[in-house]
Write a protein that binds this ligand. Structure first.
Ligand SMILES: C[S@@+](CC[C@H](N)C(=O)[O-])C[C@H]1O[C@@H](n2cnc3c(N)ncnc32)[C@H](O)[C@@H]1O
Length: 279
């Protein structure tokens, strides 16, 4: 079911998952999101699990409102559940750049996006995501201009998307990476039974999650909603600060932790890091 729990099964109890959806997410779901979800099921049956579930959508929607987000980019649209979820809370003059190589799937959701009266906020680009992002950055006009980026396209390319999208979101802006717990497989061991596809994805997401956890350019959290959602907030970091964090001379974290420094270089590093962690 699109927007249903089949996508993730992250929570150990299916009954609890069902309870969350039935008690809160589905009753509160916007009527056109519900229709889009149902149209996706009708057209794509099992593939409809590609959409984010309704509770993940609620989280994204609330976050966008709290951030006063106005300009966003979405990489991987499918029928547009997460796109409509994003378009609804943006202001009337909000803008979303939405990229997917598959226009046919987008057109399944488009009538519901139009009914919701938010299609004017969306600029859909049919393209391979990586080549489009590279061109966008080469153009130079859009760097550091997006409040939010939602990444849900080719899983093998997440690491490459990260480097590009980090340039596109503004300092303080947020990037959401979908599916980062990959059906819970990230917690399985090598010896556990999995098909080749799951094994490959498990390895990719384990590598990606470990990378993000150490990336000094962002503050991030990995949430067990849907199939896993990682939210990253871009920090203002100088090259010097990044080098100091990577060399272990200043601590990683969401705020400075003073202590244990021995030399002037470290004191200066801590002062720079302190200023930058506050951004
Ligand atoms: C999981 S679905 C996106 C679902 C959507 N975010 C939602 O929650 O409703 C992934 C989408 O990424 C698109 N995609 C996969 N690889 C891509 C690529 N290299 N470039 C552009 N789009 C790609 C697929 O066509 C598919 O529509």
């Amino acid at each position: 079911m699109a927007g249903g729990r089949d996508k993730g099964e992250i929570l150990a109890s299916q009954a609890l998952s069902k309870y969350i959806l039935e008690t809160n997410a589905h009753p509160r779901e916007h009527e056109h999101l519900k229709e889009l979800r149902q149209a996706t099921v009708q057209k794509y049956q099992i593939l409809s699990i590609m959409n984010v579930p309704a509770d993940e959508g609620q989280l994204i929607s609330m976050m966008l409102k709290l951030m006063n987000a106005k300009k966003t980019i979405e990489i991987g649209v499918f029928t547009g559940y997460s796109l409509l979820t994003t378009a609804l809370p943006l202001p009337v003059d909000g803008k979303i750049l939405a990229i997917d190589q598959d226009k046919e799937a987008y057109e399944i959701g488009l009538p519901f996006i139009r009914k919701a009266g938010v299609d004017h906020k969306i600029d859909f680009i049919q393209s391979d995501a990586l080549s489009f992002l590279n061109d966008l950055i080469a153009d130079g006009k859009e760097e550091g201009t997006f409040d939010f980026a939602f990444v849900d396209a080719k899983k093998e390319d997440y690491m490459k998307y990260h480097e590009l999208v980090l340039k596109l979101v503004k300092v303080g802006g947020v990037i959401g990476y979908d599916d980062t717990l990959w059906f819970g497989t990230v917690a399985l061991s090598e010896a556990d039974e999995m098909d080749d596809h799951q094994r490959r994805r498990r390895a990719q997401f384990r590598e990606f999650n470990s990378f993000l956890a150490k990336d000094p350019r962002i503050e991030c959290c990995l949430l067990s909603v849907g199939c896993g959602l990682t939210l990253c907030r871009r920090l203002m970091r100088s090259l010097l600060c990044i080098m100091l964090v990577q060399s272990g001379r200043v601590p990683m974290g969401n705020g400075p932790q003073v202590g244990g420094f021995k030399d002037l270089g470290r004191v200066i590093g801590l002062l720079i890091a302190y200023q930058e962690f506050r951004t």
